[in-house]
Structures are given as C-alpha cells and as structure tokens.
Design a binder for this molecule. Structure first.
Ligand SMILES: *Cc1c(COP(=O)(O)O)cnc(C)c1O
Length: 346
C-alpha cells in the first residue's frame, strides 16, 4: 500500500486511513476521554451501540485488548471459558486469557468455526467440587483461522439458548463482524442480538489506523471502562482515533462486498491451479486459506518466491497459506497474483 507496486495480502490490518479519515482526524473536536469528555469518542460510542442494538459501547486500543477486557468483565478469576479450538483468543493473544485474566480455557473443536451446540453442552462441566465454574462462552465471527467463515443468527441463537439454560454469558469476538453481516446480508444487529456483548475492530477491513469497540449493556461497559483503565488503555484526546472510526461506521462497511468478491475470484482461480488445494465453500468473506502440499515447494519457499514478485502473504501451519483481501487490493492485483502463483507451480 505504502509502496504502490506491492500487493500486500497478509492482512486487512495493512489498510491505510482514507483521505476523509485524515480530514476527520484533523477536524475532530477533542477532550479528555478518561473523564468521558471527548465529544468525538462519545459520538463514536453512541453510533456503535446503536448500530449493534446494545445499550453502550467503549473504544479500546486493539482487538486483543477488547477481548481481554471482555473476558475479565464477563467472569471472575479461576472460572472456565468455553471457546472454539482455533479461536483468536486461544491462539493469538499471548495467552492473556490465563496469564492476565486468570481464566481456564476449555476448547471445543468445530469444522468451520461455528461450534455445534451439542459440543458446547458437553464442554460445560457440571457443578462438582473438582471442576472450575463455567461462566462464559465465546464465539468468533467471522472466524479467522477457519478462513473468514461466518456464523449465522440461527447458529448464534442455538448457542445462546445453551448459554441461558446453563446461566453462562455469551460473548462474540466480532473483529470482522461487518464482513459477516455483508456476507450473510443481515443487519449486524441480528448477529449481535443473541450475545450478551461483543467487540469489533475498526483497524481491519474498515481501514482505520487504530482501535476496536466493545458493545454491551451499560453495566458491562461500566465494568469494561474500569478494566480498560487498569490495563493502561485509558486514553486522553482519543477523539483522533474515534474520528476515523465514525467515518468507518458511516462509509466503509458497504464496500466490504468488493473485498469478498475479490476473495471469491482469487479462490476460484486458485482452485484451477494444479497442486493448490482449496475448499471453496469456506471462502465466505475476505480471507482465502489454501494448501500447497502438492505444489512441490515448501510454504516458506512459496512465500519467499511471491515476495520476490512483490506479493506478500502469510503462512499458517501445515503448508497452508493465507491471503486476505482489503481496500488496497483491486481485481487486477488478484489477476497478477494468480498469474504468478500459476508460474511458481510450473
Ligand atoms: C485481529 C483479530 C483480533 C485482534 O485484534 P488486534 O487489533 O490485532 O489486537 C481478535 N480477534 C480476531 C478474530 C481477529 O481477527
């Protein structure tokens, strides 16, 4: 992005703020947000809460901080949290769920990121002197490691019923919830409706430079605000972060469709390359995971060869490669990428 001829497919986090965002930053009305006096932050939080159909919202520094704060605000130390085995919280957040929140993670394996309600029911340990007390279920929508797969309102509802029956809270890591909303063609409120609280990232496909937002009840957000402070996330004139966030929520959501179309195009063309294995059913949003075991080249070498051609991608494990589409990627970039991968295989 910064360098024009680089095709950066590593993540949608590489998106740079739009001109309109830069203007909004420059013109933002500011105050001290620890004192809840930054009018731009307050406006963003109001817009976010309304958009999700929840009572309140809180701007935080990152998705990782949003998840950590939410874990802590939904539980007490020593309790059990049920989450999908490939979830971001479990894999990519430095184990903060245990080292900072003091929680015991219990994983549930799923095929595409949406846990089967029955498996969740089984994972909930009964009341017993030996077991940690289960208190929270976490969902991830879209699901990052599963390749940007979506969880539908119907699936969320089924899990929420189990949460209610067992008196557990239900939280959603919705880092890319707007991608899910666009892909499913449902209002994001419907995805938020049956969870107690959730977070989403401004800094990914929505193109903001910084920030994530937690949404939930007033009581939950009040707790979250205090936790944000103890974790060092209390910011002062945070309006400079909130201002592009407002632009994101008002103007950047609909265009995610373009990213999904580019991802679908990339996936379809990849599926025609001999040696590439890809499950097209799993390419539902802006993430494309594929396997290159039969290409006769290691994943590290594959990435290196792409890099020589100014194309950046990431490896997962087991010869898996990940490519993510975003505002900085146009259809012609996809075509060029396909061309180059086609030649690597030869
Ligand atoms: C990116 C991501 C996060 C963490 O966000 P950061 O801002 O990078 O800390 C959390 N959950 C999911 C599903 C993500 O994709």
């Amino acid at each position: 992005m910064a360098e024009k001829d680089i095709i950066d497919l590593r993540s949608d986090t590489v998106t740079l703020p739009t001109q309109e965002m830069m203007e909004a930053i420059k013109n933002a009305e500011l105050g001290d947000d620890v004192l809840e006096e930054d009018p731009t932050v307050n406006r963003l939080e109001n817009i976010a809460a309304k958009k999700m159909g929840k009572q309140a919202a809180l701007l935080v520094t990152s998705g990782t901080q949003a998840n950590l704060i939410s874990l802590m605000a939904n539980t007490n130390r020593g309790e059990q949290v049920i989450l999908e085995a490939q979830s971001h919280i479990y894999w990519y957040e430095v184990g903060g769920i245990s080292s900072i929140a003091g929680l015991f993670p219990k994983t549930v394996i799923s095929r595409t990121g949406a846990p089967n309600p029955k498996d969740i029911q089984v994972a909930i340990t009964p009341k017993d002197i030996h077991f940690p007390k289960p208190s929270l279920i976490c969902l991830e929508n879209t699901h990052n490691r599963h390749g940007g797969t979506v969880i539908s309102p119907r699936q969320i509802l089924a899990i929420s019923k189990i949460a209610k029956t067992n008196k557990l809270k239900l939280y959603m890591d919705g880092a890319r919830i707007f991608n899910a909303s666009i892909a499913l063609n449902v209002d994001v409120k419907k995805l938020a409706k049956h969870v107690d609280n959730l977070m989403f990232c401004l800094s990914k496909g929505l193109s903001c430079p910084v920030g994530s937002v937690i949404v939930g009840s007033i009581e939950f957000i009040t707790k979250a605000r205090k936790l944000r402070k103890v974790l060092g996330g209390g910011m002062r004139q945070a309006g400079i972060i909130a201002a592009p966030g407002i632009v994101a929520l008002e103007k950047m959501i609909k265009r995610l469709k373009e990213d999904h179309e580019n991802a679908a195009h990339l996936a379809k063309e990849l599926s025609k390359i001999k040696g590439v294995t890809i499950d097209l059913n799993r390419v539902q949003t802006n993430i494309v995971n594929f396997e290159i075991s039969n290409l006769g080249i290691s994943d590290k070498k594959f990435i290196k060869k792409l890099k020589e051609k100014n194309i950046l991608a990431l490896t997962l494990d087991n010869n898996k490669v990940r490519m993510v589409t975003h505002r900085g990627i146009k259809k012609e970039n996809i075509d060029k990428t396909i061309n180059i991968i086609g030649n690597i295989s030869n």
